[in-house]
Design a protein around this ligand. Structure first.
Ligand code: ATP
Ligand code: LTN
Length: 326
């Protein structure tokens, strides 16, 4: 059976973008693939985090995974920092990765530009991500398009390591969902909807209440025309709402354009809000049941033990091949 793996950072309550770009995909594929889903808490600290908030966000994220339909029987669910082999593997990979490669990563360039006082963790972040993936000989990595470059780097690092030390890693491939590949901020639709966005207005979070969600969607930036047509370049706001709508309904762009051919932007937004609220309120109901349940800890303990064994084996194989022998 092919393997699939992804992780999300506990940097805040997840957004509609994370849900569509990563979690929905894991739910879709969990019957078909051997699935691994973790919380990338070590990645979160590449940007300063409040320690109370970090642990709360981690638990919330795990509860949301389950509430969104991730089945613990079909997925290994675990916390990255509870498996020390990820960082061990990462160091060995770092010494097989070039500074030039890391400094060219788009996300590094963006984030380091925003804060000149960044840590080296921000630079080496994609190597830890490569370790997360390569430790398990994963076939596919479902991510939003913004992470594609990092998965490609993981593949390059794996290829290089295999050539230098002998066949060690499977080469992973990013799996990008065709619908709503990148959900944009509702207020500034030229910017990705992001968990750690400064402004909340254009970001829908999975734990927002119904009223807030409706208000944000109704207030989404559109354009001065009246046609509901998919045209990301000239109509980024409307195209973003179409992406959201198709992700929740399974309809095609053409079907949506036909459905709203005679409708106003207001009517369209109301319908988008309806479908989003319907699905999110179900998720929130399940989240409230899960968050205080110790079932979650049992799932995490199992996930940790299972994944530690696999990652340890990979680490030891790497060490042996690199000459760490008595
Ligand atoms: P941060 O703002 O802290 O960088 P983020 O919102 O970008 O966080 P991540 O934790 O980095 O979220 O990403 C988790 C997953 O969600 C990744 O696979 C990422 O590609 C995907 N993702 C994030 N934002 C979006 C978006 N707007 N549209 C589609 N997918 C997204
Ligand atoms: N860098 C990713 C989170 C992440 C990840 C991974 C995703 C860490 N390790 C391994 C897929 C596979 C992000 O910021 N979304």
């Amino acid at each position: 059976m092919k393997k699939i793996l992804t992780g999300l950072q506990p940097t805040g309550v997840i957004t509609l973008g994370n849900y569509i770009g990563a979690i929905k995909q894991m739910v879709k594929y969990q019957d078909q693939y051997d699935s691994y889903l973790f919380v990338a808490d070590l990645h979160a600290i590449t940007i300063p985090q409040d320690k109370e908030q970090l642990s709360k966000n981690t638990r919330d994220l795990l509860a949301l995974y389950l509430a969104c339909g991730v089945d613990p029987k079909k997925n290994k669910i675990y916390i990255q920092s509870e498996n020390e082999y990820h960082t061990n593997i990462s160091w060995l990979l770092e010494c097989n990765t070039y500074y030039g490669e890391l400094s060219r990563m788009t996300q590094f360039k963006d984030k380091s530009r925003k804060n000149a006082n960044f840590t080296t963790g921000l630079l080496t972040y994609p190597v830890l991500m490569a370790a997360d993936i390569l430790a398990y000989d994963v076939d596919y990595v479902p991510v939003g398009i913004d992470q594609k470059q990092h998965v490609e780097l993981a593949r390059d690092i794996a290829e290089r390591f295999n050539k230098k030390y002998g066949e060690t890693f499977k080469l992973p491939e990013a799996l990008i969902s065709s619908e709503g590949t990148k959900i944009m901020d509702l207020v500034t639709p030229d910017k990705k909807m992001s968990k750690s966005s400064e402004s909340q207005k254009g970001v829908i979070r999975l734990l927002d209440d119904e009223k807030t969600i409706r208000k944000k969607i109704m207030g989404a930036t559109t354009d001065s025309e009246t046609v509901i047509k998919y045209d990301p370049e000239n109509k980024p706001g409307i195209s973003n709402l179409i992406n959201i709508y198709i992700s929740f309904t399974g309809k095609t762009i053409k079907e949506v354009e036909e459905e709203f051919a005679q409708k106003t932007y207001g009517e369209f937004k109301t319908k988008v809000a309806d479908v989003v609220i319907e699905e999110i309120s179900q998720i929130q109901k399940r989240y409230n049941e899960i968050i205080n349940n110790n079932e979650l800890d049992k799932i995490l303990d199992e996930g940790r033990e299972f994944t530690r064994k696999i990652a340890k084996k990979k680490y030891e194989d790497m060490k042996y091949k690199m000459g760490f022998r008595r």
